[in-house]
Design a protein around this ligand. Structure first.
Ligand code: ZN
Ligand code: CU
Length: 535
C-alpha cells in the first residue's frame, strides 16, 4: 500500500448502520474517510492501531433533536455528546434558532436567547444578523462534532412580529417567508416549530403552511414540537400531517411522547396515524428520548395567553392577585382549548425544579414538596417563581408511561433524539443531555430487550441520515466519512441520573469524528474535526 492509513480499527464486529447483523472486519481510515473495510488488514499499513476485539464498531450516532445551538459556542468539543458516541447533532429545534437576528430586534432576541443559555456565551459571538452569520460563528469555533442546523419559526416570528399574539399581516408573512427562504439558502436543512412556546404557539396552521412551502422549495424538512402532547395530541399530529400535505414537505415530529397519566396508551393511535400518513405517501418520522420525565421552562406550564406581550409584561401582571386568580382558574378548569396543561398531566408532585438562579435551594425538589415546606399553595410557588425569573426556570416533569416509551421506541420510523438542555457545566439539567444514547443501548437493548442492537444502531445512524438527507454519513462503508463509534455491547450504559446528571456513560472507549479521535479510552481528547453541514 502506497499511503499509510491514519488509523486502523482491528478485529471488531461491524454493525454497518443498515440494521444487518454484524460481520467481523478491520476498518482503515485515511484523510477523514473510511478508506478500507476488509476481513483482514495488515497492521503495518497504519500509523495507529486500535484494537476492537469483542467490541462493536459502527457509524457515529446522530442526535436528531438538540438544543446545543449556544452550547456549541461555549464548549465546541461538546463533551457530553461525543462521550455518548454522538458525532452529529441537529440544532435549531422547537422553533428556537440563534439566527437570524434583525438589528431592530436585538434586545428582544437577547432575552429570547437566554432561554437557551445566551448568558453563557460571548456577546461577540451573538453579534450576527443572518442565519448564515451564525453558522459562520459556529464553524469558526472549530466544533468537535458535526452540526445540522434548522431555522426556528419562533425566531423568525419574533424578528418580524415581536411577541404579538395575532396572525401576521400579508406584509409580515411575506417577510417571514423571505427570512425562511434566505436561511435555507444559507444552509438550513429545514424549519422547526415549537407550538407550545410563545411566540410560536400564536401561529395558526395557515401561517406555518405558508412558511413550510418555502422549505419545500429546497427539499427541506419540517420538524415540529407539535401543539399538544397530551389529551389533544391526535389533533396536533393531524395538524403536522396537514402542514406536510399542504406544503408538500416531509414531516418530523419531535420528542414523541404521551404526556399525562390519563392519556397513557395513546401511542397506539399516534403511531397508527403516522403509519397511515406514510401509507398514503407522506414521509413522516419522529424521534424520542428514553425517559419517563420531560423537561421544559416552567413558564411553558402557563396558558399561552398569559405569556402574550413578552417576559416583562407577564412577570409584572403575575404579581397582581386578581390576574393570578384568573390564571389559576384557567389552569384548574377542564377546558384545555388550544393549550397543553402540563400541571394537570403530571401533578405538582411530578414537577421538579432543575434550574433556578433565585432559588438554588429549590433545585431537585418538587413543587408539591416546596409548597408543603413553606406552607404555601403550590400555584403560588409556581407563579412566584415565574414572576421572579420569567422563563429562566427549568423544570423536570414526570409524565410518561414506560409502555408508551417502549411502543414508540419500536416504531420503525422512530429515531433517537436527546432533546437535552445543555448544563453549561453548572446547571442540574435532565439526564437525557448526557445519557440518552448509552441508555438506549444499555437499558433498552441489553437489559429490557425492547430493541435488537442492530435496530438500535440503525435508529441512531442510517435512519436519521436518510431522514435529514445527509450524504456520506450514517453507514460504515468505504468512501463514507469516518464518523465511528467503538463500544462494548456488554457494558455500555448511561451514567447520568436525575440527581447526578453530569455523570459520563461507560462502555464507549473510542469515538471518531471525520477520521479524528474525539474520545480515546473513554476520555474526551477533543478533535475539533466537526463541521457545520450546510444543506
Ligand atoms: Zn420541544
Ligand atoms: Cu426540543
Amino acid at each position: 500500500m502506497a499511503e499509510k492509513l491514519d488509523i486502523l480499527i482491528r478485529g471488531g464486529r461491524i454493525l454497518d448502520g443498515t440494521g444487518n447483523p454484524y460481520y467481523k472486519a478491520d476498518v482503515g481510515i485515511s484523510g477523514g474517510k473510511i478508506a478500507l473495510i476488509r476481513r483482514w488488514i495488515d497492521v503495518r499499513c497504519a500509523r495507529r492501531v486500535i484494537s476492537a476485539k469483542g467490541l462493536v464498531v459502527c457509524p457515529g450516532f446522530f442526535d436528531t433533536h438538540t438544543h446545543d445551538d449556544l452550547y456549541l459556542l461555549f464548549n465546541p468539543r461538546c463533551d457530553e455528546k461525543v462521550l455518548q458516541g454522538v458525532t452529529t447533532v441537529v440544532i435549531g429545534n422547537c422553533g428556537f434558532s440563534v439566527g437570524p437576528i434583525c438589528r431592530d430586534r436585538r434586545d428582544l432576541m437577547a432575552g429570547f436567547l437566554r432561554l437557551m443559555g445566551g448568558q453563557y456565551v460571548n456577546e461577540e459571538d451573538l453579534r450576527i444578523e443572518s442565519f448564515g452569520d451564525y453558522l459562520g460563528k459556529l464553524q469558526a469555533a472549530e466544533p468537535g462534532i458535526n452540526i445540522i442546523p434548522l431555522v426556528g419559526h419562533s425566531t423568525v416570528r419574533l424578528n418580524v412580529m415581536g411577541s404579538e399574539d395575532r396572525a401576521p399581516t400579508e406584509e409580515e408573512l411575506r417577510r417571514m417567508r423571505a427570512m425562511v427562504a434566505r436561511a435555507m439558502e444559507e444552509g438550513a436543512w429545514g424549519l422547526s416549530t415549537g407550538l407550545i412556546y410563545a411566540p410560536g404557539n400564536y401561529a395558526r396552521t395557515e401561517e406555518i403552511v405558508e412558511l413550510a412551502r418555502e422549505v419545500a422549495r429546497f427539499q427541506g424538512i419540517y420538524a415540529s414540537h407539535i401543539r399538544n402532547e397530551g389529551s389533544r395530541q391526535l389533533d396536533a399530529i393531524a395538524e403536522a400531517i396537514r402542514i406536510g400535505e399542504e406544503a408538500g414537505v416531509r414531516v418530523h415530529i419531535a420528542h414523541h411522547k404521551i404526556a399525562g397519566r390519563s392519556n397513557w396508551g395513546m401511542s397506539r393511535r399516534t403511531l397508527a396515524m403516522m403509519r397511515n400518513a406514510r401509507a398514503k405517501g407522506l414521509e413522516v418520522t419522529c424521534d424520542q428520548y428514553p425517559y419517563r420525565a420531560g423537561s421544559t421552562f416552567l413558564a411553558a406550564l402557563l396558558p399561552p395567553a398569559v405569556l402574550a406581550g413578552g417576559d416583562e409584561v407577564f412577570s409584572h401582571k403575575l404579581k397582581d392577585p386578581g390576574f393570578r386568580r384568573e390564571v389559576v382558574s384557567m389552569m384548574e378548569s377542564d377546558e384545555e382549548e388550544g393549550w397543553e396543561n402540563l400541571v394537570k398531566g403530571g401533578g405538582f408532585d411530578g414537577i421538579f425544579i432543575s434550574v433556578s438562579q433565585s432559588h438554588p435551594d429549590y433545585v431537585g425538589r418538587s413543587i408539591a414538596e416546596i409548597a408543603e415546606a413553606e406552607g404555601k399553595d403550590p400555584y403560588d410557588v409556581l407563579l412566584d417563581l415565574i414572576a421572579e425569573e420569567r422563563r429562566g426556570i427549568i423544570a423536570i416533569l414526570f409524565m410518561m408511561d414506560e409502555g408508551d416509551i417502549r411502543r414508540i421506541m419500536r416504531g420503525p420510523f422512530v429515531m433517537v433524539g436527546s432533546d437535552g438542555i445543555p448544563s453549561f457545566g453548572v446547571n442540574k439539567v435532565h439526564p437525557r443531555f448526557a445519557g440518552t444514547f448509552p441508555r438506549v443501548l444499555g437499558r433498552y437493548v441489553r437489559q429490557r430487550k425492547v430493541l435488537t442492537l442492530e435496530e438500535a444502531v440503525r435508529k441512531m445512524t442510517s435512519l436519521p441520515a436518510q431522514t435529514f438527507g445527509v450524504r456520506g454519513k450514517g453507514l460504515l462503508k468505504e468512501g463514507f466519512d469516518a464518523d465511528i463509534v467503538v463500544f462494548d455491547p456488554e457494558t455500555v450504559i448511561d451514567g447520568a441520573t436525575y440527581h447526578e446528571p453530569h455523570l459520563a456513560p461507560e462502555g464507549i472507549p473510542y469515538v471518531l469524528v471525520n477520521g479524528q479521535l474525539a474520545v480515546e479510552r473513554g476520555e474526551v481528547v477533543g478533535a475539533a474535526s466537526g463541521r457545520v453541514l450546510r444543506r
